[in-house]
Ligand binder design. Structure first.
Ligand code: CMX
Length: 435
């Protein structure tokens, strides 16, 4: 057993009695009540999920295992000469709650490296996709076709004990995570980088650097990739992608089914696809301006026109956050350091000065501040990844880290099949008119 897996096992053993005690001794304690509008309007804020991987505070933003994003970037070990930490170190942190040492990372890096093998049928499935297919549909199918490799499924058929579910889920999860950057880079090269042909992974490189290498990007795109995958990894359990992954896995569907489903959820424009929508929307503004830089007044009008045509402003608002998303701030700081004079960055900065006031004036959005997606395209665009249809694939690779850490723990703690109760409209109306 590797050091990481052994440590995870120890943590699981320590944690199991806490869950048993909560259920057996305090199972009937009330922690929330549910209103009619919560039931009709997307179950906002109902406290009905549990995860120890991350927590999202509306004011402060995300913490991974108790650490803010700046703390994560500061504390996790980094490759020599890099500014951003190993993505593999985040996997270690999310699984165990501990910051790995450089020494502990050595084995994790080798383990990931050994799992970077893609069966040929995955390439065939990707190659068979018709022209015009969205990269997210291709990614979802590529993950899905890997399902035949699931160790969980094989061991389930053999009659594995519930207590061991976490083990093969951990193996499947690490296998898939190690492969996802290769699949993502292949999709990119096939769709947009046709001259590049088939690229094999470089075994001397970590998760982020190997992704940059396979994409054909020079430094600092390795750090850009590490930053990108780390900030997108988790956002507690209730968001569409994380919740979908958890829900599908709760039926004991293996992690390939669950991850493909989470990718499908992320592909919606109100969720992950918003990062692509931000770029599409800004290109619309640039076209309208005929290449001229818009004044604040012209930008304000563009924002109002979008709202008045019944569309949302992509990259703004959030179901939980009530402040500027720290994932936005991390990327903004990166831009201020590396690309302060970039035209797109300046447009996005100008939007920051305009959009919140307009949304406040309109008075609908509960959070007028930018979310992660308002900034992420800028960095990618600057480093030459201008095909914005691809951005949500990058988000998916990052999000898989959190979703898979969660599912591994779901299995370890024996979380139940998810099955909330539904009511009819008649029943809600009866409740509404009851004294
Ligand atoms: N532009 C215009 N209207 C907005 C808005 C925005 N950016 N954000 C919220 N609103 C509107 C909602 O559409 C809703 O309108 P209706 O009452 O007509 O339905 C109203 O304000 C209240 O919504 P809310 O409670 O503030 O926000 P929700 O929790 O319902 O939705 C979200 C959250 C993210 C879907 C929404 O803010 C939005 O559509 N934002 C733009 C898309 C986006 O950036 N999504 C990415 C989020 C981050 C991620 O998951 O990656």
């Amino acid at each position: 057993m590797t050091h990481l897996k052994n440590k995870l096992y120890q943590k699981i053993q320590e944690h199991r009695p806490r869950i048993n005690k909560l259920v057996k001794e305090h199972g009937d304690k009330v922690i929330d009540q549910v209103t009619i509008s919560q039931v009709i309007q997307g179950m906002r804020d109902i406290k009905c999920l549990v995860t120890d991987i991350s927590y999202l505070d509306p004011q402060e933003g995300i913490r991974y295992r108790g650490y803010t994003l700046p703390e994560v970037f500061e504390k996790l070990p980094k490759p020599a000469g890099a500014e951003m930490p190993y993505v593999e170190a985040l996997w270690y942190l999310l699984l165990t709650g501990d910051i790995p040492t450089q020494e502990e990372m050595k084995e994790v890096l080798i383990d990931f490296n050994n799992r970077r093998v893609i069966p040929h049928y995955v390439w065939e499935v990707i190659d068979a996709f018709p022209e015009g297919s969205h990269p997210m549909a291709i990614l979802s199918a590529a993950v899905m076709v890997l399902e035949r490799e699931s160790q969980f499924n094989i061991r389930y058929q053999e009659g594995m004990s519930k207590m061991d579910y976490w083990d093969s889920t951990y193996e499947d999860s690490t296998n898939l995570l190690a492969k996802m950057p290769l699949i993502g880079a292949y999709i990119y090269n096939k769709l947009y980088n046709k001259g590049r042909g088939k690229v094999y992974p470089n075994p001397s490189l970590d998760f982020g650097a190997n992704f940059a290498y396979m994409m054909g990007k020079d430094k600092p795109y390795d750090d850009v990739s590490r930053m990108y995958f780390i900030i997108h990894a988790d956002h507690e359990s209730g968001n569409v992608s994380a919740h979908t992954g958890h829900l599908v896995a709760s039926a004991l569907s293996d992690i390939y089914y669950a991850t493909s489903a989470m990718i499908n959820g992320l592909a919606g424009p109100l969720h992950g696809l918003a990062n692509q929508e931000v770029l599409r929307w800004i290109q619309g503004l640039k076209e309208q301006m005929g290449g001229k830089v818009p004044s604040k007044e012209e930008m304000r009008k563009y924002v109002w026109d979008t709202l008045q045509s019944g569309q949302v402003i992509p990259g703004y608002g959030h179901a939980v956050l009530r402040k500027t998303d720290p994932r936005y701030s991390v990327q903004r700081d990166f831009c201020l350091k590396y690309l302060p004079n970039d035209e797109l960055f300046q447009l996005v900065s100008m939007l920051y000065d305009v959009v919140p006031d307009v949304l406040l004036e309109q008075g609908k959005a509960k959070n007028p501040w930018p979310n992660v997606d308002a900034q992420s395209g800028v960095v990618q665009w600057f480093y030459g990844v201008t095909e914005y249809d691809f951005y949500t694939v990058l988000f998916s690779i990052g999000r898989a880290i959190g979703v898979l850490a969660n599912i591994t723990w779901d299995r370890a703690l024996g979380y139940s099949l998810e099955r909330p109760k539904s009511l009819t409209t008649d029943m809600l109306e009866a409740k509404a008119s009851a004294k």
